[in-house]
Design a protein around this ligand. Structure first.
Ligand SMILES: *[C@@H]1O[C@H](CO)[C@@H](O)[C@H](O)[C@H]1NC(C)=O
Ligand SMILES: *[C@@H]1O[C@H](CO)[C@@H](O)[C@H](O)[C@H]1NC(C)=O
Ligand SMILES: [Cu+2]
Length: 198
C-alpha cells in the first residue's frame, strides 16, 4: 500500500469517528474550579456507549443517564450563587486525544439544568421520580442564529447555571440535560437526550 492510500484511509476513519461521536457530561466545575475527571459525576459504565444518547427515555435512566441511579462517593460543596459548569466531551477520556471536540456540529438543540433535594447525595436510587425543578434553560439564539449545542463547541463543551439563592441547605443532585433535535422530526422520532448528574 502506498503512503497516499494510508493517508486517505486515516482521514476516512477520522470522519466516521466524529460522526459516531455523540457527547456526555464528564466534568463538574464549582465556581470555575474543575472537580476532576468524572469526580462527583454519575456516568455510564459502558466504555463503548458512554457518549450515546439515552437509549430509552421511558426508563429511570432519564433522570441521570445509564448507570445514573448508582450513587458516587465524592460530593462537591456549593454555595448559594455558585457558578456550576458542566463539561461535555465527545471523547470522555482526554488522556489520549485533544480536549477539543465536545459534540459534532450536526446536533442542534437546547439545554436545561435541574436540581433535586435528596437525603444523601452519595446514595443510590434517589434520582428518578418527583422533586426535580429547573434552574436554567437555553435554547435557540435567534440573533446569533445558533442553538445552544452549536455554542457548546467554541465554549469548550461548557454549560452553566447559578445555584439559586433560596435553595434549601443540605444535599442535592444537579442534572444537566442536553437535547439534540436534529433527528426528532424523523420517523420514528429520535430526540437525543444527553443527561448526567453531579
Ligand atoms: C423502554 O422502556 C420501557 C420501560 O422499561 C419498556 O416498556 C419499553 O419496551 C422500552 N422500549 C424500548 C424500545 O426498549
Ligand atoms: C459561569 O462561568 C463560566 C466560565 O466558566 C461563564 O462562561 C458563565 O457565563 C458563568 N455563568 C454564569 C451564570 O455566571
Ligand atoms: Cu449524537
Amino acid at each position: 500500500m502506498h503512503f497516499s492510500q494510508v493517508k486517505i484511509l486515516l482521514v476516512a476513519a477520522g470522519a466516521v469517528h466524529l460522526t459516531n461521536a455523540h457527547t456526555t457530561f464528564t466534568n463538574f466545575f464549582v465556581d470555575r474550579v474543575d472537580q476532576g475527571d468524572g469526580t462527583a459525576v454519575h456516568m455510564s459504565n459502558n466504555i463503548q456507549q458512554a457518549t450515546y444518547p439515552l437509549p430509552n427515555v421511558t426508563t429511570p435512566d432519564m433522570a441521570c443517564g445509564v448507570n445514573g441511579e448508582t450513587g458516587v462517593a465524592r460530593i462537591a460543596s456549593v454555595n448559594a450563587g455558585s457558578n456550576l459548569t458542566f463539561e461535555y466531551r465527545a471523547v470522555p477520556d482526554v488522556s489520549t486525544v485533544s480536549r477539543g471536540v465536545s459534540i459534532d456540529l450536526n446536533h442542534k438543540g437546547p439545554y436545561a439544568i435541574y436540581v433535586k433535594k435528596v437525603t444523601d447525595s452519595s446514595a443510590s436510587h434517589n434520582a428518578a421520580g418527583d422533586g426535580w425543578f429547573k434552574i436554567m434553560e437555553d435554547g435557540y439564539d435567534s440573533v446569533a442564529g445558533k442553538w445552544c449545542t452549536e455554542k457548546l463547541i467554541p465554549n469548550d463543551g461548557h454549560l452553566s447555571a447559578t445555584v439559586p439563592s433560596d435553595l434549601a441547605p443540605g444535599y442535592s443532585l444537579v442534572r444537566a440535560e442536553l437535547l439534540a433535535l436534529h433527528q426528532a422530526d424523523k420517523t420514528p422520532p429520535d430526540p437525543q437526550f444527553y443527561v448526567g448528574c453531579a
